[in-house]
Design a protein. Sequence first.
Length: 361
Amino acid sequence: MGNSAFHPPAMADVARLAQVSHQTVSRVLNGHPYVRDQTRMRVQAAIDQLGYRPNRVARALVTGRSQLIGVVAQNSTLYGPVSLVAAFEQAAAEVGFVVTAHRVDVADRASVTSALEWHRDQRVAGIVVIAPTASVSDAVDAVPPDVPLVMVDGDPERSTPLVTVDQEAGAYAATRHLLDAGHRTVWHVSGPPDWFDSAGRVRGWRSALADAGVEAPPPLPADWSAASGYRAGRRLARMPEVTAVFAANDHLALGILRAMSEHGRRVPHDVSVVGFDDVPEAGYLIPSLTTVRPDFDAVAKEALDLLLAQVGGHDVGDPQRTIAPTLVPRDSVRPPSGRDQAGAPSPRSRSQASCTAGLEP
């Protein structure tokens, strides 16, 4: 009986079946941006037909880097950061990379620097840093310039490649939506002041009020938790002049809804509320929450594109990319008491224009 040992398909087998070179197969596997779509599809079809699986160990020995991508993130259960990591893992898997995440309990420079060094010791192909605070961004300065690296939600004043949600546009759209409903002003419960996301949302809120010729009331600082939103909401509930609130995230909005209910202020009949993030539960609250939805999948794909361009030694093009969010109107906004829907300006009139991703129907 002959030798029946099974030999797994090699890259050369893929190249032969797809009628391309060995180098072209390698480019497809590495997510090279300059491969024609038709060629990429033919190579992928050959990979699927043969059941080819790349030898990551051998490739690491040849290239000096593994097929791993390192992610540095805070050890947090916040919806935004968790969603970003999950979206990036999915995007990386689609082009044959595996994500290894190193989470830090304290986002100070020493902890983040240690996490970055750990990833470098693993010979990762590149590193993505979710850098929402100045202390995290500062640590990136210590990374040698030849290490492929992208920041997400980092400091736009730095030259490091960066992908971020347009926080200002999202906050502007949320605030404008409340003004267009007929509210004379909009109060804001902000996130932590040292977060770039929070600062951007404050700027967008102020800008919308300024464009409407309205003086901004003092913002109420908070953290990102529902408990913090509840404390701020209790203060706002005791102020009869408050008819509209923009919360810096949905968890803050959830706390505000509870506080308003306890003080007999009905949402949206007495007070309208808008959040940010569009957490999965937002549409199931009572009332369902009007909010701003960031496109985490788009952020992850743009970050991966920037990273792989660096890995391949290619021009990254625009090193700073901004993803527009979407305003999602629901039941938590209505005209203030005493104004019916017919007398209120259209909520679509300027909110849609201020958030280029559009208004969800």
